[in-house]
Design a binder for this molecule. Structure first.
Ligand SMILES: C[S@@+](CC[C@H](N)C(=O)[O-])C[C@H]1O[C@@H](n2cnc3c(N)ncnc32)[C@H](O)[C@@H]1O
Length: 325
């Protein structure tokens, strides 16, 4: 599959691009029309890159395709902002991640935007994924999938189960959010409704990078889930989960019982948080040759004290990088 990259085109960006195209066209009406017609294309691209790079820089985004001099993917020129806004308004409360579609169409408040920027830093996802295949497990609205594509991945497959299912009013409409963002970015990210427990090389193939953030503690069978993940990983797994922080026995490989999302929501059961020792042992048991825990919860001692006082284990973010060789 052809490698393609894109920057984050907002509707506002699109309008700047249209303006830049118009100014280029008016240059082309001069006497050297033939020669200008050639340079028109080149100048158009330059102006596009300039506009995108300026906007990307202003937003403090990661190095983008435009900054690297690659071609951006345009939105369809006949996009109707009114129609897009209508669909956005319907789905707004269902987005999990912060998207900025321009024209004030922002999915999450500032503190969530900050949290995701921090996550992107902490996760240490390779900046350049050129030529790589990536599996995003529990993609929800696809925030990370689109990020992988922007970083140059040649194939990105997003899978999810619970939030992509048709459900009664009040449940997340994750797939619709994913599809709206996918359309906005003119993205080629593939998607499949698939439970992590159903993963196998026969079903999805194998991937250079497997990304699994915020999903392990939703699983009914977390160790089996990790084995399934290992079976489709040909390079590296980036795993983000919640670490269990009990007052005592933190070094034991403990995990909380969790019946899975379906029953969990009904019973209001807490999620399957695991101690750091459990995550480490489980990665090994699942068949990963080596791993590094690259991030553990901050204020750990404070949390242990809270666990002691409240008689309830606390939690916090844990990030591991695991490798097949
Ligand atoms: C907390 S969200 C994480 C979203 C995103 N990965 C992130 O880190 O921001 C958990 C997602 O995992 C999905 N999920 C839960 N259990 C799953 C399973 N067994 N297989 C696949 N996806 C699952 C949920 O539907 C939900 O979209």
């Amino acid at each position: 599959m052809e490698s393609r990259k894109h920057v984050e085109p907002t509707i506002a960006t699109l309008e700047i691009l249209k303006t830049s195209d118009r100014s280029v066209q008016s240059i082309g009406r001069g006497k050297d029309r033939g020669r200008e017609a050639n340079s028109k294309h080149r100048s158009g691209r330059d102006l596009r890159h300039f506009a995108i790079a300026a906007i990307g820089g202003f937003k403090g985004q990661l190095p983008t395709a435009a900054a690297a001099g690659e071609t951006m993917t345009d939105l369809p020129s006949d996009r109707s902002i009114g129609d897009f806004k209508k669909r956005f308004d319907e789905l707004k409360g269902h987005f999990h991640s912060p998207f900025d579609f321009g024209h004030g169409l922002v999915t999450r408040p500032r503190h969530v935007q900050r949290r995701f920027r921090r996550r992107l830093d902490l996760l240490q996802i390779p900046l350049d994924l050129s030529g790589k295949t990536v599996l995003d497990i529990g993609a929800w609205d696809g925030y990370f999938s689109f990020e992988f594509e922007r970083r140059g991945a040649k194939r990105v497959l997003a899978i999810d189960s619970f939030t992509w299912d048709q459900r009664p009013e009040g449940y997340p409409r994750g797939l619709e959010c994913f599809l709206l963002a996918r359309e906005f970015y003119n993205s080629k990210v593939e998607h499949q409704r698939l439970d992590v427990h159903e993963l196998s090389p026969e079903v999805v193939g194998t991937f250079d990078l497997v990304f699994c953030a915020g999903v392990l503690y939703h699983m009914r069978h977390p160790l089996l889930g990790l084995e399934k993940i290992r079976s489709v990983t040909s390079g590296q797994l980036i795993l983000e989960t919640h670490q269990l922080i009990p007052a005592f026995h933190e070094r034991e490989p403990l995990i909380r019982f969790f019946p899975g999302d379906e029953a969990g929501f009904r019973l209001n059961a807490p999620a399957a948080f695991a101690t750091r020792a459990w995550v480490a042992d489980a990665l090994t048991a699942a068949g990963f040759a080596r791993h590094r825990i690259i991030y553990t919860p901050s204020f750990r001692w404070l949390k242990k004290a809270a666990a002691l006082v409240t008689n309830r284990p606390q939690g916090g973010r844990l990030i591991a990088h695991a490798f097949v060789d």
